[in-house]
Design a protein. Structure first.
Length: 429
């Protein structure tokens, strides 16, 4: 594969951007090699600066559930851009998207738009602390909720990819208020509530974990969290930044029929533009300024471009059959991979939930961060490179999900399955 131009750009980038990137996992540190610099995307494909074509399973890490440059999204964006990109004043588009979100996810009676998932979780915690008058929060090892100070403790995503336990620059006094439990371990959470009665403001959880690779919840996990938080007077926060409008139109809470007090969204609701949102029960949300005393603001929050991309994306997602189509494509991918590995002598575990999929290079069932963190990341790195050279852009980390979009055709999936089969066979020999 010719990566000449990308190589040059990467060298240049490293002079001006730390590590050459604006988000760590893009630098391919965990898998080695030069990251292709992307020139454009269309449907399921991305094209780099050297003209290489890839079937994309990153999809901007989740937002592009319709694929790249969807004509309806791009068309609407062009029209809106011509009328002005930001006003710092209210617009009808914000009301439209908030109503769409609230009717899809009824627990979000009120919504506040921000510019990233990080801002959403950060503010949801501030709000939970203000509402309960308590300081401590519970998160799960391997759970990622953006890069706000108190939430980096034992984080997934890039922290897992680079084996970082947390981050320098976070005062211990912040991190002290973050309690960590293993995912799927209800007793551990119960233990924390016993140890800190009336001190825990909230439990924040990815209802389907997807930032340590895909780790679905055990059947009783989310209902137990609901029960424990309610009994203690703490809030339950679902971080559905990935799962919202991804695993179902109503998010993971619709599938598991567990109602959180607050929900965080991002990714898909921005249709590829920077966005985040948090929302929940009216009495809690009304504590936000200007209706209440809890402060949070944003110069570009709810800007017309991001709102438009979100509205157009949700309009397509609410059409009948959309999630069935995603399910079908991803289950074909899963079955194809399972068939390919059945004849091989490799320790692998395919973990899938809806259109999220991870091939773990360990045979331990994906239950919590402990069970997946021992995966053979060196072998994964070789797998990744083999796929890349076959024109498949898989997530460049063992601890991230692959994202299937509505733009992935049967042929795309078939080509991917064949490439994965060849790559794994080569790894075995
Ligand atoms: C991506 C992600 C975030 C952070 O969102 P950003 O927009 O990257 O700040 C938070 N929580 C989860 C579950 C995510 O996957």
């Amino acid at each position: 594969m010719n990566l000449e131009r990308s190589q040059k750009l990467f060298e240049e980038a490293q002079k001006y951007l730390p590590g050459g990137v604006d988000s760590p996992v893009r630098a391919f540190k965990a898998v080695g090699g030069t990251p292709p610099f992307i020139a454009r995307g269309q449907g399921s494909r991305i094209y780099d600066e050297d003209g290489n074509e890839f079937i994309d399973y990153v999809c901007s890490w989740g937002p592009l559930i319709l694929g790249h440059a969807h004509p309806e999204v791009v068309g609407a964006l062009k029209q809106v851009a011509e009328r002005g990109t930001s006003f710092g004043a209210p617009t009808e588009l914000e009301v439209t998207l908030a109503k769409m979100i609230s009717s899809a996810i009824p627990s979000m009676e009120m919504v506040r738009f921000v510019n990233s998932g990080t801002e959403a979780t950060m503010t949801a915690l501030r709000l939970a602390r203000a509402f309960t008058g308590r300081d401590k929060v519970v998160k799960f090892a391997g759970g990622y909720h953006g890069h706000a100070d108190g939430l980096l403790v034992k984080g997934g995503s890039g922290l897992a990819t680079l084996s970082l336990p947390g981050s320098p620059g976070v005062p211990p006094s912040y991190a002290q208020n973050t309690l960590v439990a293993p995912y799927n371990h209800t007793e551990a959470v119960a233990g924390l509530f016993e140890r800190y009665p009336e001190e825990i403001a909230a439990v924040i959880v990815e209802p389907v974990a997807a930032n340590m690779g895909v780790v679905p919840p055990q059947p009783d996990f989310l209902p137990s969290l609901r029960k424990l938080t309610s009994e203690s007077g703490a809030l339950l926060i679902f971080d559905e930044v990935i799962t919202g409008f991804r695993v179902a139109y109503g998010g993971a809470q619709a599938i598991y029929d567990v109602t959180p007090d607050l929900t965080c969204l991002g990714k898909i609701i921005g249709g590829g533009l920077p966005v985040g949102a948090y929302g929940g029960r009216r009495e809690i949300m009304e504590m936000m300024a200007p209706s209440g005393p809890v402060y949070q603001a944003g110069t570009l929050s709810g800007n017309p471009l991001a709102m438009t991309a979100g509205i157009e994306t949700l309009k397509i997602l609410r059409q009948p059959g959309v999630y069935k189509k995603l399910e079908r494509a991803t289950s074909h991918l899963e079955e194809g991979i399972r068939e390919a590995i059945s004849s091989l002598n490799l320790k692998l575990n395919v973990s899938r939930f809806a259109s999220l999929l991870t091939i773990f290079f360990t045979d331990r069932p994906a239950l919590d961060y402990d069970s997946v963190s021992g995966a053979d990341t060196a072998l994964f790195g070789r797998f990744f490179q083999l796929l890349l050279s076959e024109g498949i852009y898989w997530p460049p980390s063992q601890f991230e999900a692959a994202f299937v979009s509505l733009a992935h055709s049967d042929e795309d999936i078939q080509r991917t399955v064949e490439a994965i089969g060849r790559a794994l066979k080569q790894l075995q020999s």
